[in-house]
Design a protein around this ligand. Structure first.
Ligand code: ATP
Ligand code: MG
Length: 261
């Protein structure tokens, strides 16, 4: 099940080649990522797992064009990434809803960057709010919602531009286990409907395995890729999958890659 990273095959939408990232910490330079190679195929769902500080968010931000690489190159859909890109949507680790805007207006925001929202845009945003189960809250403000509900709004906002590539940085990290599991099943369902490519960052090995076609394990000092594991389970995936022995064997393999076993 363990495989070497594949070499530049046609159909790769994300290509990270020999990337490193240095940050300055005080008067010292610090190597946050070293020798990272990663290729992601169209429609593939990849989870990045690894300990805090191993450079997961940094890698995601580089793919999203928000942080430049120090050496090496990131390409998305065949073009070297040097700025943010409309076809790529990033959902950040911390909720970033605007408190003075309603749920609907938060979801509409990415469209407003291009043009004044049309009736169709509003209908689309409403449909997305409904998709994440928040019909009743469409005119409410973020402060009236729980943390989990706010994350659902952020997820609808990521979907509103119909991005071909979704970069999700611990989207449900701050939530309790119940809410998180429920949202994961929803996310798997929503993503499974399109031919979207998804990169998900998570601390949780079961979450990584449940959602992904491939799990990439990362380590620290310096931040790097330790290895990867293919996830063969067919879709749609039911919540009960996590109790199967195949699932547990696979999470054990990932834990071994991470050096946790
Ligand atoms: N803008 C920055 N300036 C200086 N150092 C940074 C910057 N961004 C990240 N770092 C450092 O780079 C390393 C990797 O950070 P990153 O946020 O990518 O880790 P992470 O794997 O996402 O961690 P977590 O799981 O805690 O979110 C950390 O040591 C962090 O302190
Ligand atoms: Mg992070």
């Amino acid at each position: 099940m363990r495989r070497e990273p594949e070499r530049g095959v046609a159909g790769d939408v994300v290509e990270v080649r020999n990337v490193s990232k240095r940050f300055r910490k005080g008067d010292r330079e610090f190597l946050a990522l070293e020798g990272v190679d990663l290729r992601i195929r169209e429609g593939e769902f990849v989870s990045l797992v690894g300990p805090s500080g191993c450079g997961k968010s940094t890698l995601l931000r580089m793919i999203g064009g928000l942080t430049p690489t120090t050496t090496g190159q990131v390409s998305v859909e065949g073009h070297v990434v040097d700025e943010t890109h409309r076809d790529v949507a990033l959902m950040f680790q911390a909720p970033t809803l605007f408190p003075w805007r309603t749920v609907l207006d938060n979801v509409l925001l990415p469209l407003e960057i291009d043009h004044r929202p049309t009736k169709d845009d509003v209908a689309k945003a409403r449909a997305l709010v409904s998709l994440v189960g928040l019909d009743e809250f469409v005119e409410h403000h973020p402060r009236e919602l729980s943390g989990g509900m706010q994350q659902r709004v952020a997820l609808s906002r990521v979907l509103v531009n119909d991005p071909r590539i979704m970069l999700l940085d611990e989207p449900f990290g701050a939530l309790d286990e119940f809410t998180r599991e429920a949202l994961n099943v929803e996310l798997a369902d929503i993503v499974g409907r399109g031919k979207r490519t998804v990169v998900l960052v998570t601390h949780s090995v079961p979450e990584a395995v449940f959602l992904a076609d491939r799990v990439v394990a990362m380590g620290t000092n310096p931040g790097r890729i330790l290895g990867e594991i293919q996830v063969p389970f067919h879709r749609p995936r039911e919540a009960s999958l996590v109790r199967s022995s195949e699932f547990q064997d696979l999470t054990l393999e990932v834990r071994k890659l991470l050096g946790l076993e």
